[in-house]
Design a protein around this ligand. Structure first.
Ligand code: AHR
Length: 341
């Protein structure tokens, strides 16, 4: 009899435990939210699929952080992030994934300029607005994306050329033969195409500017160093290095130092860089880099503003160009402390 009683007590206790656990689970545990409440909360958020092209540079990391901060849950978004690791196929796959998840918006930084027509048409057919971040695309029909937030890369290249014109004039070298090597970012990306084209526009006005070589160094420090070392071994008379981002510049500077040459004002080689991350601005201040053409990665807030405007049914522009500066030793000081990347 006693044994039966004990068994009943054990069964009752087990049932009680199960009931307590179920109530705890349904109520969302310690957070006090039920699962259905959680889903309802997310239902109010704007779902955005973000396809970032990679993580090759300091600039790219800052760009990723900027968009992730702006499109956060606290700001009313449900972001889904994918890093394509420099591979267009990965980006296409990510975008198709976002289409099948029926996201509200797609934000993507295209690794190359061409090859997007089909997947963007799929997004358009699904009624999902696409916002280009940073770089642009070359598509037959520009209604395949609603807007672009980014830089004017062609203008950046022109600024580099115009700075060099002025510098050579100031130094009394305007009519001298000037030998230039160009470290480009990934061939076929709009950053490379724009900067190369913009610089060429100015270079073509000067018959005495000779581009000895233009080489793809992937926007990375290691490739910048490797290519610069090779160029220094091949050409003994390089006057100017145009390096299309700071990461490649850091590598090039190492190779130049290893070769026993100097850079900057009064040095053997003039250094023109792009991006203007904090470490590079410090080198501008220290007279190691002559000029840095800014490319502004802080695009997240602009993208959020565009999405909020679309949500309100407002008209938006086809392109938003972020503010950008040109830094030399004479103006850089006041900008270094506030630089966050
Ligand atoms: O598209 C912007 C460029 O891409 C930046 O200059 C470079 O650092 C990045 O990788």
């Amino acid at each position: 009899m006693n044994r039966l009683k004990n068994n009943l007590v054990v069964v009752a206790l087990c049932l009680l435990c199960l009931i307590v656990m179920a109530v705890f689970y349904i109520s969302g545990g310690f957070l006090g939210k039920s699962r259905s409440e959680e889903t309802d909360n997310n239902d109010h958020l704007i779902m955005v699929g973000i396809s970032q092209l990679g993580s090759e540079s300091v600039w790219r990391t800052a760009n990723t952080e900027s968009v992730q901060q702006a499109l956060s849950k606290e700001n009313g978004y449900f972001p889904i992030f994918n890093n394509a690791r420099q591979n267009q196929e990965n980006q296409i796959k990510a975008i198709r994934g976002y289409i099948s998840q029926k996201v509200d918006y797609i934000v993507f930084a295209p690794v190359t300029e061409t090859g997007w027509d089909t997947v963007l048409m799929e997004a358009k057919n699904a009624g999902i607005p696409v916002i280009l971040m940073d770089r642009t695309v070359d598509v037959e029909d520009d209604s395949l994306y609603v807007t672009r937030v980014g830089s004017d890369m062609h203008e950046e290249g022109k600024k580099a050329g115009m700075w060099l014109e002025e510098e050579l004039r100031d130094k009394g070298r305007f009519d001298e033969d000037i030998n230039i090597v160009i470290l480009t970012g990934n061939k076929g990306s709009s950053a490379e195409i724009g900067r190369t084209g913009g610089f060429a526009e100015i270079k073509n006005k000067h018959k005495n500017w000779h581009v000895l070589e233009e080489v793809d160094a992937d926007f990375t420090t290691s490739k910048g160093k490797e290519e610069m070392r090779r160029l220094l071994a091949k050409y003994s008379d390089i006057d100017v290095v145009v390096s299309q981002n700071d990461d490649m510049t850091f590598g090039a500077l190492e190779a130049i130092r290893d070769a026993g040459k100097t850079t900057g004002d009064g040095g053997d080689i003039v250094i023109i860089s792009f991006d203007s991350c904090k470490e590079a601005l410090e080198l501008v201040r220290d007279g190691i880099i002559n000029v840095d053409i800014e490319c502004n990665p802080l695009q997240g807030q602009y993208i959020s503003d565009v999405i909020k405007a679309l949500e309100r049914g407002e008209e938006i522009r086809k392109e938003y160009i972020v503010d950008e500066n040109v830094f030399t030793k004479s103006n850089v000081e006041g900008y270094i402390n506030d630089r966050t990347y």
